[in-house]
Ligand binder design. Structure first.
Ligand SMILES: Nc1nc2c(ncn2[C@@H]2O[C@H](COP(=O)(O)OP(=O)(O)OP(=O)(O)O)[C@@H](O)[C@H]2O)c(=O)[nH]1
Ligand SMILES: [Zn+2]
Length: 223
């Protein structure tokens, strides 16, 4: 039977006046070479980064992670969240596939900033969960937006993405900004005594599609 639905017309988008593609270079890393492209947001002066492997321009279904900065886990080794694991998994994936993009967005603490995230952690130590702590500080649960990510992907001429995430709101956010998401690649997360409540809260309150694995499971599988 023929499809009688009208063709889907996507709104024409003007090139961004806010985002400048500022600099790029190849960086050798322990996983291989990452093409590193820095974008500057003129509104906020924030520098966002695209890490690119292989040829992504004009491609459909490019393996992509849209990652939000988490200094505490990525640099300090905090066990309170799963951000570093997700970031490492994404870099593993694109370097092993020989193709893909990891966007590193400077929206620390789901957009509230580092200082406020640490205030939220202090409240969590008193028993508030991750979202209640944000509310206590006068913030919404999640202040992130995906317009910058969409602009970066358009600048790279990525046509559609296979998105590495467990967060349905992230998929919806990108689609809303005009980036077709062909499918979701689940991001495996191991829990520990410090992050298990955080992960369960994300699953219950914002519908994160998290399958919880104990660290021992992974060790058993890897070992
Ligand atoms: N405000 C606040 N931010 C947190 C907390 N724990 C982690 N974050 C931040 O949450 C963000 C996590 O972002 P993502 O890695 O994109 O994770 P996500 O939205 O859960 O989705 P996926 O990882 O894609 O499944 C980072 O910016 C962290 O700094 C917390 O307890 N409070
Ligand atoms: Zn984190």
């Amino acid at each position: 039977m023929s499809d009688t639905r009208p063709p889907q017309i996507l709104p024409a988008r003007k090139p961004s006046q806010h985002l400048e593609r500022y600099s790029e270079a190849d960086i050798p890393t322990e996983r291989g070479v990452l093409r590193t492209i820095v974008f500057k947001d003129r509104r906020t002066a924030r520098e966002h980064v695209a890490l690119v492997v292989g040829e992504v321009a004009g491609q459909e279904g490019v393996p992509t992670r849209v990652h939000s900065e988490c200094l505490t886990s990525e640099v300090f080794g905090s066990l309170k969240c799963d951000c570093r694991q997700q970031f490492d998994r994404a870099l593993d994936f694109i370097t092993q596939a020989g193709c893909g993009v990891v966007l590193y967005l400077r929206q620390e603490g789901r957009g509230i900033g580092l200082g406020n995230k640490i205030k939220a952690y202090a409240l969590q130590a008193k028993g508030y969960d991750t979202y209640e702590a944000n509310r206590q500080l006068g913030f919404q649960d999640d202040l992130r937006s995906y317009d910058v990510a969409a602009e970066m992907l358009r600048s790279l001429d990525v046509r559609s993405v296979d998105l590495m995430t467990n967060n349905p709101l992230k998929i919806a956010g990108l689609v809303e900004e005009g980036i077709p998401v062909r499918r979701r690649i689940p991001s495996r997360t191991e829990h520990n005594p410090h992050n298990v409540d955080y992960l369960k809260t994300k699953r219950e309150r914002t519908g994160h599609l998290i399958e919880l694995f104990a660290e021992e499971d992974t060790e058993a599988k890897v070992g």
